[in-house]
Design a protein around this ligand. Structure first.
Ligand code: RNT
Ligand code: ZN
Length: 420
């Protein structure tokens, strides 16, 4: 441990202690929180099953920075590099199209064995895994409909794919001895105003009922459903809207997934967590950053990220919330994108843990809004950085921007040697 870092830490710790904040305890709690880092930032959501398929489903990755992973081994190497620069032990969030197999297998035929290499690797690395069925970038979703399709055979294909995905997720959980979350997101929707909004939603409900019919052990597997307001090409109507999945998730005890980019531009997910926590079985977050639309920019330490952290900490919601990331930027180094977004998410949680929550709540209760405002504002310039630096050093990862040199070296030695 460098002596400057330790000295700054001790000085900062004292300042926080004056407000009854136990910094060491906060760091212990922080070290237990797993962030589910999404594999798809590493290769622009291409996956390995259908590599010549374009990305569809109304989502889009822009940029052509060199070095995207082309194989499971390359993706795992990139993930390892990223994790070596992020404090703590975390999870990797896989999509079905990331199956690691030489077999030509379609989505409805996927089995746990197609993900064996991922599990072996996760065990070696001490990582958890989460999963997602992939209901896009496939010929059977080319007209924009999947689980709500009016053609029974296509709907069946997607139901079978989602059933297969739950088995794979349960296999992850059993093998790794920790819960895997399987998150269903579908792109279904209309570009222009539909005549019949109800029927596709009824079909989606029926599909979900069928998919979830089999009970699986919640110690190893949990189901989540992700809503959306609009997508590219589904601007007028999305079948799986927020109200749809609020209803479905609450009625059927499913985790409700909130993606930060899936609401009206002035609507924030931080303000939804408290309400949801009172009724939902659990919450899954897709921490993302919408820029004017659902653009999936790398998350920065902005007001909304800080607010999400505060809501989780102040409301003691970490126990029922699974934190996943969802962004994809191909205009910068992809390993750096992971490192920046994940470190920021952890920072937001730490920042929230270093607030005098009790005193603030007390001020609010007694109507002393002056103290509430004064304290929150002063705490913004408390020496949070000293605590963060110490945490990174203690966890054996680079302090401050030192990680960037590592990523640049990796870019030279590995990423730039990959053909496009
Ligand atoms: C799309 C959803 C979904 C995807 C990933 C790849 O709008 O956010 O979560 O980003 O499944
Ligand atoms: Zn998402």
């Amino acid at each position: 441990m460098s002596s400057t870092i330790e000295r700054s830490y001790n000085e900062a710790k004292e300042l926080y202690a004056k407000h009854g904040i136990d910094v060491d305890q906060a760091l212990e709690q922080l070290a237990k929180i797993k962030i589910s880092m999404h594999c798809w930032q590493g290769d622009d959501v291409k996956g390995f099953l259908f590599q010549d398929q374009d990305l569809t489903g109304g989502i889009s990755v822009t940029g052509n920075y060199p070095g995207a992973a082309r194989t499971p081994d390359e993706l795992r190497a990139d993930l390892e590099k990223a994790f070596s620069l992020i404090p703590g032990k975390h999870k990797v969030n896989l999509h079905a199209i990331y199956a690691d197999t030489n077999e030509k297998v379609d989505l409805d035929q996927l089995e746990p064995k197609h993900f064996e290499n991922w599990v072996t690797w996760a065990k070696e690395q001490g990582l958890g895994l989460d999963f997602n069925p992939t209901l896009f970038s496939h010929e059977k979703s080319s007209d924009g409909f999947t689980l709500s399709h009016s053609d029974e055979s296509i709907r069946k294909f997607w139901i079978d794919h989602c059933k297969a995905s739950r088995k794979i997720s349960a296999y992850f959980g059993e093998q790794l001895g920790q819960t895997s979350v399987n998150n269903v997101w579908i792109p279904d929707g209309f570009k222009d105003v539909p005549v019949d909004r109800l029927s596709p939603r009824r079909r989606l409900k029926e599909s979900l009922d069928e998919i979830f019919a089999e009970e699986l052990n919640p110690a190893y597997h949990l189901d989540a459903v992700e809503s959306k307001l609009f997508g590219l090409g589904s601007e007028a109507y999305v079948v799986g809207s927020h109200e749809f999945y609020m209803g479905y998730g609450l009625q059927n005890n499913k985790l409700i997934c909130l993606d930060a980019g899936h609401f009206h531009p002035t609507e924030v997910i931080s303000n939804k967590l408290s309400s949801l926590s009172l009724f939902a079985e659990g919450i899954l977050l897709h921490v993302s950053r919408p820029m004017r639309w659902d653009s999936d920019h790398v998350v920065t330490l902005d007001d909304e990220l800080l607010e999400i952290g505060k809501e989780l900490v102040r409301g003691d919601l970490l126990g029922k919330t699974h934190i996943g990331l969802d962004f994809f930027d191909a205009s910068i180094n992809r390993v750096a994108a992971w490192v920046i977004g994940t470190r920021n998410t952890i920072k937001a949680l730490l920042r929230a843990m270093l607030e005098p929550v009790e005193a603030l709540k007390q001020a609010e209760l007694s109507g002393d809004y002056t103290t509430r405002l004064a304290l929150t504002e002063e705490f913004k310039t408390y020496p949070f950085g000293a605590i963060w630096d110490y945490y990174c050093e203690k966890q054996g990862v680079p302090v401050r921007e030192q990680w960037l040199a590592d990523v640049k070296a990796y870019e030279q030695e590995v990423l730039l040697k990959r053909g496009r």
